[in-house]
Write a protein that binds this ligand. Sequence first.
Ligand SMILES: Nc1ncnc2c1ncn2[C@@H]1O[C@H](COP(=O)(O)OP(=O)(O)OP(=O)(O)O)[C@@H](O)[C@H]1O
Length: 281
Amino acid sequence: MTRRGVSLPDPAASARDRATRTAELAVQVDGLCKSFGTNVVLDGVDLHVTEGQVVSILGRSGSGKSTLLRCINLLEIPDGGRVQVGRHRAFDNGHALRGNDLVKLRQAVGMVFQSFHLFPHLTAIENVALPLMQLRGRDVSKAIAESLELLDRVGLAEKSKQAPHQLSGGQQQRVAIARALAVNPKVLLFDEPTSALDPESTVDVLNVMRNISSDGMTMIVVTHELSFATEVSNRIVMIDEGKVIEDGSPTSVSRSTNPRTASFFKFFDRGPRLRRDDDQP
Ligand SMILES: Nc1ncnc2c1ncn2[C@@H]1O[C@H](COP(=O)(O)OP(=O)(O)OP(=O)(O)O)[C@@H](O)[C@H]1O
């Protein structure tokens, strides 16, 4: 496989240092419960994420990973527990934010989906400019200038005038990441951002995510990419049957003797390796 990607510093170390220095909680989830009918999906999940941390959420299919993400930005309304993002009390004491408070929460929490969710009738730059105009009050020329900078950040400035159907899946996902960054979120949630991509596009997208993490962005990433989980994130949380069964450093979790964790790591291939500074060209 071609290993194409940008050469980057070690973001895990810098993000970890920053997190240790500030130790401010960006996301606080306590006792989160969510059921769909009789299907208990989240059963008392706790997750505290400090600013600058990159947390990978791992677990078998159907274990509740996406539901956890979707409860953080209230795409799903929890049944119980507490969710706080920065100063936004998303869900507390049975009450979920609504109206303008919900809009503000959604600005604080960017989300990147598996299937990109770009507007098909808009160009790449228009997709990124839209939230800048609608949510951050930029005029057209300023929104376009900022969008170009964001597209440059994900390596796509030269594709700014292309429509989504003229871009590869990996390029579309990078536009989606630029768009998520446009609202200047406090935290970015990624729901299996590379599951629909070929290995080469996967490396491109993971390298962009690594870049963003090295800039200090707080990230919670549902992924099956063990390379990302072990090489980029500071922390791995494993969910199994709606409960957190592991929460620790990539090294400690990947060496866990818990049979369910061990079989998970054995089952999944480590995936495409990300390129580091010391890689040979
Ligand atoms: N809106 C919904 N209505 C009913 N059931 C749902 C809904 N969303 C999720 N579920 C169920 O909740 C369970 C957990 O789903 P979830 O998508 O959170 O799992 P996951 O760990 O992200 O899985 P995967 O890795 O396959 O994406 C599954 O049994 C799923 O069918």
